[in-house]
Write a protein that binds this ligand. Structure first.
Ligand code: F6P
Length: 364
């Protein structure tokens, strides 16, 4: 009997999703298997307008370098609290996990390849408990915060985009003698801020893992203005917080979202810096720019290595788990090592030390 697998993409998009879709589909088709693509996370199995596609060679041609996902995605489609219209038309969170398992069974799917972040891996492992025969996860997120892998695809491209923005902001900051405060994504992990901050020549980098003190930022800016450059770049991770304070949120979590929405630290800090130092400050919130665009060569390669490794694991073993880069190789790690938390920056790592050695202020 021909083996049939399905792919879906869940959570926020990240550059490289299409590279994984194409590599999984090609290596499966080259083995004589059939490949289905589920639209918008699990919506394609639960709501008919979304539906399921057959991923043949025609459908996946020319997509490996495109941003976004040809399957679509959502971060409000958890099948265990799926938005189902109630009697008064309001959406009620409903457990449709069993329906997902049943629907994949009807479609003759033996393995689901789930591309996503921590939330998607948690859903995948719960579907296994509900009786789905097999799931292979592929770690996607610009935040780089998944446990069990050293790196996720999408992160390197987001760092490139952020670094290019910092390069552009240098000249305008210098021209006006301003402090430019750049708010970057990453949720509770400071990977994007740290890597782009170093690569893009920031003077101050604020991470969620290192609570900051205003006095430390002000001292660094005064020193920089005294020494001559007369402008500065501050990179603030959206989840960074002052010592003793909470991070800044712009929207609460609701019944269908997994997290409250972070945001607002950039503009707030710019105001406080201007008030405390007298230097003119402006804020730039990079936002979803960091998720868009073509994957860079690192992410294209990583995505395809992970996609092909997923298919090899399906062929050679009966195991479920998430493909992960560990020690330079792609391996399969059990979901128990991935779910239940995220991976922040280790404040003792050499990259943090590099920032300190070159004089970047980390706010502590
Ligand atoms: O997890 C990826 C991410 O881009 C975070 O960095 C950010 O906090 C969040 O998603 C934004 O989500 P949304 O797509 O709901 O705006």
């Amino acid at each position: 009997m021909t083996r049939r697998i399905a792919i879906n993409t869940g959570g926020g998009d990240a550059p490289g999703l299409n590279s994984v879709i194409r590599s999984v589909a090609l290596s499966a088709l080259n083995r004589g298997w059939e490949v289905l693509g589920i639209r918008r996370g699990y919506e394609g199995l639960l709501d008919s307008p979304a539906g399921v596609l057959t991923l043949d060679r025609e459908r996946i041609r020319g997509i490996f370098h495109q941003g976004g996902t040809i399957l679509g995605t959502t971060n409000r489609g958890d099948p265990f609290r799926y938005p189902v219209p109630g009697p008064a038309g309001e959406k009620v969170p409903t457990d449709l996990g069993d329906q997902v398992v049943a629907r994949l069974g009807e479609l003759g799917v033996s393995t689901l390849v789930a591309l996503g972040g921590d939330g998607s891996m948690r859903i995948a492992s719960k579907l296994l408990e509900r009786g789905l025969p097999r799931v292979i996860g592929v770690p996607k997120t610009i935040d780089n915060d998944l446990r069990g892998t050293n790196v996720t695809f999408g992160f390197a491209t987001a760092v490139d985009t952020t670094t290019a923005a910092l390069d552009n902001l240098h000249s305008t900051a210098q021209a006006h003698g301003r402090v430019m405060v750049v708010e970057v994504m990453g949720r509770d992990a400071g990977w994007i801020a740290l890597h782009a901050g170093i690569a893009g020549g920031a003077d101050v980098v604020l991470l969620p893992e290192i609570p900051y003190r205003m006095a430390s930022i002000v001292e660094k800016l005064n020193q920089r203005y005294r020494r001559g450059p007369g402008f500065a770049i501050v990179v603030a991770s959206e989840g960074a917080r002052e010592v003793g304070a909470d991070p800044q949120y712009k929207a609460d979590k609701d019944a269908f979202s997994e997290h409250a929405t972070l945001g607002g630290i950039g503009p707030r800090l710019a105001e406080r810096i201007q008030a405390a130092t007298g230097y003119e400050a402006r804020a730039v919130v990079l936002g979803h720019l960091q998720r868009g665009g073509s994957p860079n060569s690192f992410d294209r390669l990583l995505a395809q290595r992970m996609g092909c490794a997923a298919v090899r694991y399906i062929e050679e073993t009966g195991d479920s788990g998430m493909v992960a880069q560990v020690g330079g190789e792609i391996i399969l790690v059990p979901f128990e090592r991935v779910v239940g938390g995220t991976r922040g920056v280790d404040v003792a790592c050499d990259t943090v030390q590099t920032a300190r050695d070159i004089g970047i202020c980390l706010g502590d």
